[in-house]
Design a protein around this ligand. Structure first.
Ligand SMILES: Nc1nc2c(c(=O)[nH]1)N[C@H]1C(S)=C(S)[C@@H](COP(=O)(O)OP(=O)(O)OC[C@H]3O[C@@H](n4cnc5c(=O)[nH]c(N)nc54)[C@H](O)[C@@H]3O)O[C@H]1N2
Ligand SMILES: Nc1nc2c(c(=O)[nH]1)N[C@H]1C(S)=C(S)[C@@H](COP(=O)(O)OP(=O)(O)OC[C@H]3O[C@@H](n4cnc5c(=O)[nH]c(N)nc54)[C@H](O)[C@@H]3O)O[C@H]1N2
Ligand code: SF4
Ligand SMILES: [Mo]
Length: 707
């Protein structure tokens, strides 16, 4: 559509999981306005302050437009300089081929970061390269994040991507642990405009109960907030399950026809009384009993937990207990409870169900999940000599130096690989180690279909976004870089390459073959979506079980042996509930992990990377706001500014992640001027959810000194 010289584009925001619809106005090659798309059936006009930064990302003078090669200067220092695409791709392919020919495919390590799931070309075309590199040394941000969700879904429902989604718009009672959607805009739960949805919930007489060691923005809006000692949620949840059995509140409804393992679960929680739960968590036994009763009595209720409960020492046990509670109260697969989506491009049908512990890491014997090893083992796998050692490292859309535990050790290890390739638009803390950086087009220069997050949304919708700007001369999209590199590697290895089908063609085929495709009344395709630029509403979530279950016999498996064994680990763990300061993270609505600190409109205002500490603790230590505090853990220490806040509970300190910029050789002027410290310099790569190998970046034991 053209109005004078102003062009109007419809676009989905890909920055977080909320998938807000946008209307972007441009004049020639400039963005002149970005606002919410009122006609988007999911986001209904909502945006957060990050939406406008799509313009800043596009215009960022530090964003790489051409490949960089790292060279050593006469002074012995490293620096990056621009080279042509063909040279960069050849150098990268040479390094990969020679590592594979000399040492085998495991000599290539790969780490994929969070934005790789928000960029559909990265999802569709990774295999153009990695089908030639079936390495065991694959890592991703999943294992510093949602791995327990996938594992539990695989075990209980038969597919790692069959994640139940909280039906907030129809619920009466919402028990939320370790999530702060007011800042994060929802996770494993695509829920744009969550503030209004929470307000609507309480306005219709429903309740939101938040369990969090910090009184977050979400807790402020909740009907109730309870502090919990970090890392002890499993005890709270298991005690709730105990009460459901003890007080005869178990009522599965229709789920009873296809659920197994209830007796084993009853048996496993028999001794886990509210009193026991209370000792660990700090939440009183009577409150635990009351919450269990209220959830069970609600006409429709939800138990949901996110980052704060998956990235802790019992993350998998927590996510399992959450789903068990939803099943035992009859709230799974029920409107107003938690439901499975029926997306137009169904990842449950289109991808592998997942697998666990088919091999382990060489260094510490940590289990793979879905052919990925835990990110906490990456530095080990670079450093441990012998067969399978990583010689060439590939990173795509990730910044593990700032985002994975003991990032400093990884920062050092990355200097030890023979060659490193990064697919990334930024010269940052991680990519500064790369010999070759391959920068893709900006988000506004490529089209988008959200392959991942329609699968997790509170409503079934479908939306395609054409590119806002055409691709600059010579530039390549992420998917084209994978395809080009894949071809070159295939050539060097003497194997066949894969055809390059543009991502929208792959999506078109999936849509037309999907549940709303050619064989349905919807006739969904890229063409129908082009004709409906604000997206198409496919309706609210519906009960889908048992048909949607992917387990043998289409049954829900409650008694997961690995998890039941983990309850015993919890019971014998003397450190689980030990006193001393515990470190937790926090998110701010204007941050996005480590990578959006180079945009003035997002970083303006007071610095956001100070340490929060409760007034009683500060008084006891004899400290005051503004002091420099040294925080130490098993792996290292850092210093930052103290801020008194009764938002955090006594015994808990909070630092956000994703800061710690300003390292030598990086190129991000604004971020480097607001560098902050990286809390992952003190999170511990040995402090894990031992069952899954997921990093425990919350509840890390730390010591403080005011020197
Ligand atoms: N202590 C602590 N640590 C944490 C967390 C925490 O809460 N506390 N959170 C964890 C979580 S949930 C996550 S997901 C991870 C995130 O960890 P990562 O994914 O490793 O890190 P990001 O900061 O998201 O880095 C994203 C990178 O992708 C690049 N990028 C952005 N868009 C594109 C694109 O379209 N194409 C390409 N090729 N590159 C792109 C950016 O330039 C940047 O380098 O951090 C984890 N680490
Ligand atoms: N603005 C913004 N939005 C984002 C991101 C971002 O960096 N910034 N990152 C995106 C990503 S990659 C993800 S994965 C999602 C994450 O989405 P969320 O999980 O909703 O985000 P967090 O704010 O990390 O919420 C975790 C909460 O857990 C609490 N917590 C910490 N330890 C414990 C504990 O032991 N028990 C309990 N009960 N709570 C605990 C923390 O205080 C925090 O409030 O957000 C996404 N959206
Ligand atoms: S909440 Fe903000 S960052 Fe997330 S999709 Fe919406 S506008 Fe984008
Ligand atoms: Mo994440």
């Amino acid at each position: 559509m053209t109005k004078g010289s102003i062009e109007v584009h419809h676009r989905v925001c890909h920055l977080c999981e909320a998938m807000c619809g946008l209307v972007i106005k441009t004049e020639r090659s400039k963005v002149v306005d970005i606002r919410g798309d009122q006609d988007d059936p999911l986001s209904r006009g909502h945006v957060c302050p990050k939406a406008i930064s799509l313009q800043d990302i596009h215009e960022d003078p530090d964003r790489l437009r051409k490949p960089l090669k790292r060279i050593r200067t006469v002074a012995g220092e490293y620096q990056h300089e621009e080279i042509e695409w063909s040279e960069a791709l050849d150098l990268a392919a040479d390094a990969l081929a020679s590592a594979i020919q000399q040492h085998g495919v495991d000599a290539v390590g790969a780490y994929f970061g969070n934005p790789s799931v928000h960029n559909y070309g990265m999802l569709t075309h990774q295999r153009n390269l990695f089908r030639h590199i079936r390495t065991r040394n694959r890592f991703s941000a999943t294992s510093v994040d949602q791995l327990p969700h996938h594992l539990v879904s695989m075990w209980m429902f038969g597919h790692m991507l069959l994640n139940p989604i909280p039906d907030i718009d129809r619920t009466r009672y919402f028990l939320m642990l370790g999530a702060n959607p007011l800042a994060s805009n929802g996770s494993i739960w695509t829920v744009p405009d969550v503030r209004r949805r929470i307000k609507d919930l309480t306005a219709r007489g429903g309740k939101l109960v938040v369990i969090d060691p910090r009184r977050t923005e979400t807790a402020e809006l909740a009907s109730e907030h309870h502090f919990i000692r970090p890392g002890t949620d499993a005890a709270f949840l298991l005690a709730i399950i105990h009460v459901l059995f003890r007080d005869s509140l178990v009522a599965l409804g229709p789920l009873a026809n296809f659920t197994d393992g209830i007796d084993e679960v009853r048996e496993a929680v028999q001794a886990l009384t509210p009193k026991w739960g209370s000792e660990a968590t700090g939440i009183s036994a009577s409150e635990i009993v009351r919450i269990a009763h209220e959830l069970a009595a609600a006409e429709a209720g939800i138990c949901y937990g996110r980052m704060g409960v998956s990235t802790q020492a019992y993350g998998t046990l927590c996510q399992w207990a959450i789903q068990v509670i939803n099943v035992l109260t009859g709230n799974l697969d029920k409107p107003g409870g938690s439901l499975f989506t029926q997306p137009a491009m169904d990842q449950v049908v289109n991808s592998s169900p997942g697998g666990f512990a088919r091999f382990t890491s060489r260094g510490r014997g940590l289990p793979e999940f879905n052919y990925e090893l835990p990110a906490a083992a990456l530095a080990d796998e670079i450093r441990t000599p012998g067969e399978g050692q990583i010689k060439v490292m590939f990173t795509g859309a990730g910044n593990p130096v700032l985002s994975t535990p003991n990032g400093r050790a990884l920062d050092e290890a990355l200097e030890e690989v023979d060659f490193m390739i990064s697919l990334d638009p930024a010269l940052n803390e991680t990519t500064r180690h790369a010999d070759i950086i391959l920068p893709p087009t900006s988000p506004l220069e490529h089209d988008h279909y959200d392959i991942a997050f329609h699968n997790l949304a509170i409503r079934n919708t479908s939306r395609y976004s054409p590119a806002v700007f055409s691709k600059p001369e010579g530039a390549l999209h992420d998917w084209e870089i994978f395809a080009e590199l894949g071809d070159r590697l295939a050539d060097r290895l003497g194997v066949e390459s894969v055809p390059h089908l543009a991502p929208h063609k792959i999506v078109d085929a999936a849509l037309r073959n999907g549940p709303y495709g050619d064989d349905s009344g919807w006739g969904l395709s890229i063409d129908t979506l082009r004709a409906n630029p604000s997206g198409i509403d496919l309706g609210e979530l519906q009960p889908t079980c048992p048909q949607r279950l992917q387990t043998p016999g289409k049954r829900i498996a409650l008694a997961v042996p690995e998890v039941l064994a983990d309850i015993k680990r919890l019971l014998s763990d003397k450190t689980h509930n030990s006193r001393g300061y515990r470190l937790i993270g926090r998110r701010h609505v204007r941050d996005n992990n480590s990578w959006m600190h180079n945009h003035q409109r997002l970083v303006k205002g007071k610095p956001r990377y100070h340490l929060l500490m409760h007034p009683d603790d500060v008084a006891e230590e004899g400290w005051e706001t503004g002091m420099q505090i040294t925080i130490s853990s098993r792996v290292g220490q850092l210093s930052t500014t103290l801020m008194i806040s009764d938002e955090v509970m006594p015994g808990v300190v909070s630092l956000p992640h994703g800061y710690g910029h300003g390292l030598k050789g990086t190129r991000s002027a604004i971020a480097n001027a607001n560098a902050g410290v990286s809390c992952n310099d003190i999170t511990d790569e040995h402090f894990l959810d031992q069952l899954s190998g997921n990093a425990a970046i919350n509840g890390v034991p730390v010591e403080l000194s005011g020197a």
